[in-house]
Design a protein around this ligand. Structure first.
Ligand code: 5GP
Ligand code: MG
Length: 178
């Protein structure tokens, strides 16, 4: 099936599950090489990253730790950058190699604020990984060394990402149709 309806919008198939999984494997291999000996702490940003994280982290073969956090904002989930705080980070990250696992970087405001919040906790280093990046929308300077796909500025859904709380469980990634 090449199109899917989520709530009031029609979405077209954009990246298939097969293609996603092979890219995720490549990314894991790169991380296994780059981060060997660092015992990284993977910081999975809920909710959107849960599918990506489950696939990526099962291909990580070096010793590592995994924890789950949430970034709470004022108004829903929109890309306003109005972040209040980080929820769920109970362990110390001091001196650790931290790898953020994010679903999508759009304007980059969310990621920038997250980096600021983490820097206060004195990690040794922080790397960003993101399933998707919209380079055409980036409004801040960010180094994203681990990314699976650079995509267009259209709204996408599936493989963990939602449209108005639905569609996260779709296997493929779909793009909104006009
Ligand atoms: P940013 O702060 O980078 O502009 O936005 C990041 C957040 O906006 C993401 O974590 C995600 O929640 C949401 N977002 C941005 N673009 C999309 C998209 O195309 N689809 C979905 N489902 N969420 C998006
Ligand atoms: Mg996200």
């Amino acid at each position: 099936m090449d199109t899917v309806k989520v709530k009031d919008k029609l979405f077209g198939l954009y990246i298939t599950e097969d293609k996603i999984l092979s890219r995720v494997k490549e990314l894991a291999t790169k991380m296994n090489n780059d981060l060997a000996g660092k015992n990284p702490l993977f910081l999975v940003i809920l909710n959107g990253s849960f599918v990506f994280a489950a696939d990526l982290l099962r291909d990580i073969t070096i010793p590592c730790e995994i924890t789950f956090v949430r970034v709470a904002s004022y108004e829903g989930d929109s890309s306003t950058g109005q972040i209040k705080h980080l929820l769920g980070l109970t362990q110390s990250i001091e001196g650790r190699t931290v790898v953020i696992v994010e679903d999508i970087v759009d304007s980059g405001f969310t990621m920038k604020e997250l980096l600021h919040m983490l820097e206060d906790k004195n990690p040794a280093e922080v790397y960003i990984s993101s399933l998707l990046v919209k380079p055409g929308n980036l409004k801040v300077d960010l180094d994203i060394p681990y990314r699976c796909f650079d995509i267009e500025n259209e709204f996408i859904v599936g493989y963990g990402l939602d449209y108005d709380h639905e569609g996260r469980n779709l296997r493929h990634i779909y793009q909104v149709m006009e």
